[in-house]
Design a protein around this ligand. Structure first.
Ligand code: IPT
Length: 959
């Protein structure tokens, strides 16, 4: 069995299990010689956290791949959604391959305009972890290495000269862009990540060179790297010397990538506690699992379950407390699309949805809600930026246990409650013997199933003193002279919150059932988490507090945003993109999936009972998406109004399809005079044909004694090749898969034996064998062994039994590395006849009406459709192929010339292909082209347009 990355990922499970699932603690790792910054940075750090201008910060990041969303206008949508979920940072891989079709040629325009991406992050106030590789992995073809690098001598991911010169070209382009966007120059780039999981190689000089290059190019922020799975290799070898980075990060994927087994997997790759590699740097979870690649074709909904809310609650909270990490980056927040030939062939298909919190169609899921709950908490509780591990309160029930962290200066405690047996699914109760900073308490707690809770004690909650609570904190905001706080817990369970006052405060229960008692300075509120209870507390020597006590679900209805006149809280919308205030008017940008109420707390839009509620209360104007909303004040100090929902989306039926069969290359008389003669070996890489289909035509003089044609092609997983002899279809074979990591080239990746039918070849006659090889992309170089990534593509062997010499000609994507279409770029097109002839592009054709028959070979279908989607509304469309993907067909779909997917039973389970706005003309005419490569005659089922989600609002509306 070849040692593929898939196999390695499986082996990893065994290694982690054998090592007790943990990362061995490394005693006495000496502080390393740092890569010294050329100039002082505004970003610094100590063992607890990063600091920006001396202020401690907690980094809450999610990964985003701009190259998986070929629509710069939608980058803002995703980043706004990250921000609204409470992330303050976006982690960005930059893909060398995406920008460089040919050595020396780089493009940073259009969908490659990373300057615009960084400006968008800046606009939104998001920090950036910049990860330019040069190697990125990320299930991209070649792991982000441009295909032309395969022919550059010098081991990749090493300090060898050939590779060094090549990657310096890339860094010379990307580094200056990143440098000018650094926090140090008023921009957003906070950290710079060199390489990616460089655990398999031992070239410390290479790691040092990358850092020296970055410094020479003006990178002044701290440098990090992401260390794979078992941190030992990197840390023990280089943790304190040449090549060591300032802030090492660790990648953790506790749930594996076995999405099909989502019901049984629970931390099969470990506890997911981010190991600290350097004692002088803060803990950094560089890639913390937030989804999965769909290794077993289970579909991404299974991956979303594998990494669903229970996983997030248990593993993420556990990691927060056990590791004390203050840099948490989740992979992925939104996965996107392997459009064109972007994807690495062995582990992924077109969709890179990843089972993430935000779907490929840009829709929010329950995982998004959980991120919001956790992020809002981490944002509000600033003592989290500097904590030490501490013993948690003793539990009366061995089934439940605690762990804790204590803020080094303020004494605030963050207590984790979880099942002692991480796999337990029972409903357990305990009493905690809790020595809080404000006294010792016997505190009842309860935990149902796979869950974990973070409780606070000794916490200054705005102007209040929280002694402890067995509800979790969502957030608290100073609004209109009061504190507005939201706590939540599992629906139906009891909660208890104790606040400290100098005298008995006045408690008004505005909504729900909450009991209160006061003794010894403690106001004790007791309740059952249900709906959303509201309690107003005034007097007692403190400013007023509006306390809302909810459930997971009601907590998730809240959104927060900052305005010039302070924070606002909003509930009822399906997203809050931004808020701004001017004078007494408040304007919101928000999305609604249905019509319904909106409730707002803000310093500008205050309620009507100033005597009761505080100082605000001026009648104000509220606009949402630019439209005035009539509001009424509530007793909670909020205003309520109603928002309209989205208009109905009417999609056109796709009709008027036209069809045309091609593959003239299979015919003996086809003129291939302008094709390259394959005189330097058969693989297509050597001729600059790197993506998609490649044609070969071999001419020979027949002996008449030919018995078979024996071929061997390497395509990457999911590939195929088809063979014709003098225009007669001989059949197809599966293309080979991945290189064996031990052998340079798997000797037998995709053999095909094609019998020559009797009587076809006559001695002395000219004959042509035509081969269509469907390459699927290049292997990655995850193991840094060079060979996998350099594995050739295309035909690697061809012989004719009983025949003579063959002269081969080759043709792939038009222009090869000299792109005829730099806008759509190097990964868009392959070398089918129709692709070379521009059949993918918008415009009319005069083809016969489609019959939906696909003979063996290549057939195209085209149609146009006009859209006029509702304005001021965000509608996400997909193209759906009804039924199950057919085994013998592989369909490429082109929307307005952009290759948005590969459909077919041998490719993956995917039936819905997202059509991103921007590529999709929402108000205009669109051209859809399908190419069908069929290995056997069949019927094609035409696709239909479907709505994947629609909300009033959207990213386009700026107030
Ligand atoms: C980790 C890579 O760093 C990242 O690029 C991506 O490939 C991710 O895996 C899987 O989606 S590697 C880790 C699984 C060992």
């Amino acid at each position: 069995m070849p040692v593929t990355r898939r196999v390695l990922l499986t082996l990893l499970t065994a290694v982690l299990v054998a090592s007790g699932l943990g990362h061995p603690a490394r005693a006495g790792a000496a502080p390393a010689a740092e890569a010294k910054a050329a100039a002082p940075s505004r970003v610094s750090y100590d063992a607890h956290s990063l600091t920006v201008d001396g202020e401690r910060v907690f980094v809450r990041a999610a990964e985003f791949h701009y190259f998986r969303l070929p629509s710069p206008a939608l980058w803002r949508d995703i980043l706004e959604k990250y921000k609204a979920a409470g992330f303050n940072t976006v982690s960005l891989y930059f893909s060398w391959a995406y920008h460089s079709p040919k050595r020396g040629v780089y493009d940073f325009t259009g969908v490659r305009d990373v300057d615009k991406l960084l400006r968008t992050a800046e606009d939104l106030g998001l920090w950036v972890v910049a990860r330019p590789g040069p190697y990125i992995n990320a299930e991209t073809s070649g792991g982000g290495f441009p295909a032309w690098l395969k022919r550059v001598p010098g081991r990749a991911r090493s300090s060898e000269a050939g590779y060094t010169a090549a990657y310096r070209e890339w860094l010379a382009h990307i580094n200056p862009i990143l440098a000018r966007h650094q926090v140090d120059r008023g921009g957003s780039v906070l950290l710079y990540n060199v390489e990616n999981e460089y655990q398999a190689n031992t070239d410390a000089q290479y790691m040092q060179d990358l850092q020296d290059t970055a410094r020479a190019d003006g990178i002044t922020v701290p440098i990090t790297t992401n260390v794979c799975c078992d941190a030992a290799s990197w840390a023990s070898t280089w943790g304190s010397g040449l090549g060591a980075v300032q802030i090492p990060g660790v990648d953790d994927y506790p749930q594996t990538f076995d999405c099909a087994s989502y019901e049984t997997v629970w931390g099969d790759w470990g506890e997911g506690v981010t190991e600290r590699i350097r004692p002088d740097a803060p803990g950094y979870a560089a890639e913390y699992q937030a989804g999965a690649i769909d290794l077993d074709n289970a579909g991404y909904e299974a991956c979303r379950k594998l990494t669903g809310v229970p996983y997030m609650k248990y593993f993420q909270k556990n990691n927060l407390v056990q590791s004390g990490s203050t840099l948490l980056s989740y992979y992925m927040g939104f996965g996107g699309t392997n459009w064109g030939w972007l994807g690495q062939p062995n582990d992924v298909y077109t969709s890179y949805d990843y089972g993430a919190a935000i779907t490929e169609a840009r829709q929010l899921t329950a995982k998004y809600d959980e991120f919001k709950r956790q992020n809002y908490f981490q944002r509000a509780v600033t003592p989290l930026t500097s904590t030490d591990a501490a013993p948690g309160p003793a539990s009366s029930n061995a089934a439940l246990s605690t762990a804790a962290r204590v803020n080094t200066a303020e004494g605030t405690q963050i207590v984790l409650l979880r099942h002692t047996d991480r796999a337990a699914v029972s409903d357990d109760r305990a009493t905690l013997d809790w020595a809080t900073p404000d006294g010792r308490y016997q505190v009842p707690v309860r935990l149902i199933g796979r869950d974990a809770k973070l409780f606070l004690a000794g916490y200054d909650l705005g102007g209040q003193r929280l002694v402890y609570s067995t509800s979790e904190l969502l957030t608290h905001e100073p609004i209109g002279g009061r504190d507005v706080a939201v706590l939540y817990g599992t629906g139906g369970t009891a909660g208890e919150t104790v606040l400290r006052y100098s005298s008995r405060p006045k408690v008004t229960v505005l909504d729900g059932k909450v009991a209160s008692s006061f003794s010894g300075g403690d106001l004790r509120l007791s309740y059952t988490h249900q709906g959303l209870a509201r309690v107003l507390i005034t007097g007692g020597g403190r400013r007023p507090l509006l306390l809302m006590l909810g459930t997971d679900a009601s907590a998730a209805t809240f959104w927060r945003a900052d305005t010039a006149s302070g924070p606002v809280l909003v509930r009822g919308t399906d997203l809050l993109r931004s808020a701004s205030s001017r004078g007494s008017s408040l304007s919101l940008r928000a999305d609604t999936a249905t019509a319904g109420p909106i409730e707002i707390w803000s310093g500008t839009a205050g309620g009507a009972q100033p005597s009761l509620l505080g100082s605000q209360g001026r009648a104000t104007t509220v606009t949402v998406n630019g439209l005035r909303v009539n509001t009424n004040a509530t007793a909670s100090g909020s205003v309520v109004g109603r928002l309209p929902g989205p208009a109905k989306v009417r999609l056109p039926q796709l009709s008027g399809w036209q069809g045309k069969a091609e593959a003239p290359e299979a015919k003996p008389g086809f003129d291939d005079a302008r094709w390259r003669v394959a005189d330097a070996g058969l693989p297509s890489d050597d001729y600059g044909f790197h993506s998609g289909a490649v044609w070969y035509r071999g001419r020979f003089t027949a002996t008449g004694a030919e018995t078979s044609i024996d071929l061997n092609a390497i395509t990457g997983r999911r590939g195929v090749y088809l063979v014709w002899l003098d225009g007669r279809y001989l059949g197809s074979a599966a293309g080979g898969t991945q290189a064996d990591s031990d052998a340079p080239i798997n000797p037998d990746p995709g053999p095909g034996h094609f019998a020559v039918p009797p009587g076809v070849l006559k001695g002395g006659q000219q004959a042509v064998v035509s081969v269509l090889v469907q390459n699927m992309g290049n292997n990655d170089d995850w193991t840094a062994d060079d060979n996998r990534f350099r594995q050739p593509r295309g035909l690697v062997r061809a012989s004719i039994a009983g025949g003579g010499d063959v002269t081969w000609r080759i043709q792939g994507a038009r222009g090869g590395e000299d792109l005829p279409d730099p806008v759509r770029g190097p990964l868009n097109l392959g070398g089918l006849y129709g692709e070379r002839a521009g059949w993918t592009l918008p415009g009319h054709v005069a083809w016969p009406r489609a019959q939906w028959a696909a003979p063996a070979g290549v057939t195209w279908f085209r149609t146009e459709f006009a859209l006029d989607l509702p304005r001021a509304q965000d509608t996400s469309l997909a193209l759906r192929f009804p039924g199950t993907p057919p085994a013998g067909q592989r369909v490429q779909l082109f929307l307005n010339g952009w290759n948005l997917g590969h459909y077919g039973g041998q490719i993956g389970p995917q039936t819905d292909f997202v059509l991103p706005a921007g590529v999709l003309k929402e108000h205009g005419s669109n051209t859809l082209a399908l190419s069908v490569v069929a290995t056997a005659p069949g019927t094609v089922t035409p696709p239909v347009l479907v709505t994947a989600g629609t909300q009033r609002g959207g990213p386009g509306l700026v107030p």
